[in-house]
Write a protein that binds this ligand. Structure first.
Ligand code: SAH
Length: 253
């Protein structure tokens, strides 16, 4: 069978215990060499062959899986972060379904979470933002018009841009056209949880320049919105002494 495994967004010890065990037991590994930490491969069985999907087409990936399957071997397909975001797993699963090959899916720590951790950020602060828009700037891969950055910008909520580090001029123009102020705070988190992780603070108006100055063109998340400041929020009700929850009575009640 085939195991889709989220490798985590960088640091090897961010993989789940289950993911590590699957690597240890794998007969064949196909990993996304562009972003998966090669340290993870040190846990594999010595004889386990490794394929780097960065250099392969979908057809070639499937061919490796089918070949392993025909020999009764288990394949681990390692994806960066968590495969549910921009992971291109559905197209693999659909072909496996056509061939009647079973698979499962072990989640991982997405860069969505790794980047927040890098800057100690809570995306959802009471009174500031209670939603996170996860999206990307349209580039070579189109984005449906109804999901344009411009249209999401109208909500002025926390927005996390994937796959957009090289498109920051256009992104800023779209965000401003959609309703964000130019001085809305932005964090650029480069290679979250890798040893060379870096984080930069700027605004929508200066983010393109900030990325250029710091030579950030890929492997970065752009976090946009007032929540980036991590201030002017209301404390949570959950831990408020005057608030009764399902687990705790309000003090004095
Ligand atoms: N499935 C992955 C995302 C794959 S798309 C996940 O869950 O993280 C690849 C994009 O993810 C990159 O262009 C970049 O925007 C982002 N990314 C991946 N790893 C990252 C990291 N360690 N730090 C910052 N951004 C990262």
């Amino acid at each position: 069978m085939v195991h889709f495994v989220g490798a985590g967004c960088g640091a090897a010890d961010l993989i789940t215990l289950r993911g590590k065990e699957l690597i240890e037991k794998a007969d064949v590994i196909i990993y996304a060499g562009s972003l998966v930490n090669p340290e993870l491969l040190s846990w594999k069985k010595e004889e386990c062959p490794v394929y780097n999907s960065a250099k392969m087409t979908l057809e070639e990936v499937i061919e490796v899986m089918l070949d392993a399957e025909s020999k009764g071997l288990d394949t681990v397909r390692l994806h960066t972060g968590d495969p549910c975001l921009y992971g291109a797993i559905r197209e693999q699963m659909d072909v496996l379904d056509e061939h009647g090959i079973t698979y499962d899916y072990c989640p991982g720590v997405s860069s969505l979470c790794g980047a927040a951790a890098a800057i100690n950020m809570e995306y959802t602060l009471p009174d500031v933002s209670q939603s996170v828009v996860i999206t990307r700037m349209a580039g070579r891969t189109p984005v449906p018009e109804r999901e344009s950055l411009r249209s999401f910008a109208a909500h002025k909520t926390t927005m996390v841009l994937f796959l957009s580090a090289s498109l920051l001029e256009q992104s800023a123009a779209e965000l401003i056209a959609g309703g964000y102020d130019e001085d809305t705070p932005v964090a650029i988190v480069y290679k979250a949880s890798w040893p060379d992780e870096k984080a930069f603070r700027c605004t929508i108006g200066t983010m393109a320049e900030c990325a250029r100055e710091n030579q950030v063109t890929k492997t970065a998340l752009i976090i946009v919105g007032d929540a980036v400041k991590q201030s002017n929020y209301r404390r949570s009700d959950l831990y408020n002494p005057d608030f009764t929850t399902g687990y705790r009575k309000a003090k004095g009640e």
